[in-house]
Structure formats: C-alpha cells, structure tokens
Write a protein that binds this ligand. Sequence first.
Ligand SMILES: C[S@@+](CC[C@H](N)C(=O)[O-])C[C@H]1O[C@@H](n2cnc3c(N)ncnc32)[C@H](O)[C@@H]1O
Length: 231
Amino acid sequence: MRLRKVSYAPKLIAKHPERIMDIDKDTKVDVKDFFPKEQPLEVEIGAGKGQFSHTLAQRQPDKNHIAIERFDSVIVRALEKVLSDPLDNLFLVRMDAKHLENILDSNVVKTLYLNFSDPWPKARHAKRRLTHPDYLSLYKKILAKDGRIEFKTDNRHFFEYTLKTMNRAGMTFHFLSFDLHEDNPPKNIMTEFEEKHSKNGPIYKLTASFEEDEHEKDVSGFSESTRPAEL
Ligand SMILES: C[S@@+](CC[C@H](N)C(=O)[O-])C[C@H]1O[C@@H](n2cnc3c(N)ncnc32)[C@H](O)[C@@H]1O
C-alpha cells in the first residue's frame, strides 16, 4: 500500500492528547489511565484509518478500546473520525506494535484484533509479520489469561502461516472461517481494507487463545478439504 503523506497530521495529533498519543520506543505510559472508566480492554493493532475500532467502540460502550497504528498519515484519519464523533472509550496510539509493552501491563487485554495486517510475503521480512512467533510472545504477555486474538486476512498464504505459528505456540483455535462473508457472521465489522478488497476473493478469519480451553469451539469452517497441509 502506497502511503500518501498528510502534512498536517503531526500537528493535529499533537493538538489532541486527550484522544491520541504519539509514542516512540523510549516512551513509557500506562494507556489504561487515559480512559475515564475502568472497563475491560480491547486492542487493535495496525488499525489503519480506524473504521473498525471506531465502530467497535460505538457498539461496545462497556469496554475500553485502543487502536494502534504505526503511521501518522494513516491514523490521523482515525483521529478525524473520533473528533467528529467523540467516544470516551476509544484512545488512539501512533506507535510501532513492537513496543507494545511500553504502554500495556501484563495480562490486561481481553481481545486483540489483527485486521488485514501486512503479509510481508518475502521470507527475509518474516519478522515484520504481526503473527510472527516474536509478536505472539509479546501478545501472550499482554493478553489476559482468558484473552483472545481475532485475526482476519484476505491472504491465504498469510492465513496458513498464522495457523502454523499459532499452532506451534500451543494456541487453541475457537473459530475458523475460510470464507467469512459466505459464513455471514452477524457481528462482523468491515474495515476500510475489507470493504475495498473483499470482492476479489474470500476473507479468512480465526479466533485463538493461549488458554487450554476445550469448550465452546466453533470450527465449522475448518473442513478437511480446506485444511492447510502442514498444520
Ligand atoms: C493493510 S493495512 C490494514 C489497515 C486496517 N486494519 C484495515 O483493515 O483497513 C495494515 C496496517 O497495519 C499497520 N502496521 C503494520 N505493521 C505495524 C506495526 N508493527 N505497528 C503498528 N501498525 C502496523 C500499517 O501501517 C497499515 O496501516
């Protein structure tokens, strides 16, 4: 994706510390403190222009939401959404997710959303994938004991890669779909990327956790014919 620079982004971000924070690798803050109410915490990483987190925060006023995005020219669009439709339970963070531990305590996140993360297809870039084992170790620290990761992508190879890394990390799968829109889940929130690209092919989704809970699994979309060979 080519990034169009938004020249006013740094100034607008600096003007609204009540809605957004710009975090470099050395900044340490507890983002939980930015919410007026103490509530269960949900985090989206790679939030882009913020449509998903903004809609989720509207639907779930009883939860606090953090949307993290690396580029100011992208997250400034999320900031504009929050400024025109303010929500006290959504806080934006401009940062690289590899510094997550600078803003979140251990065991605090109930749900971590990864929506259409960059697949980084070249092997030499594998460490940048947001489901690389290094990132999974990071998520394991910040997720609550019963916390879950929800991952959506349009990239079959990236989905298979993620099934493998999560499986090797000992994670439990609670939901798998190899064609999310065909399966038509009632609560699906479309992201900007999903709206633009889902007509080109299926959307893959999984929900997984580090807990060893065998109950309430929904693996109806995970048939033999669609199972990746090396799981
Ligand atoms: C393909 S876009 C998808 C955006 C949005 N989730 C959607 O579905 O419309 C992936 C986004 O993840 C962000 N991203 C990638 N790696 C990141 C990282 N390490 N930390 C924070 N954001 C990251 C990118 O800047 C980009 O905006």
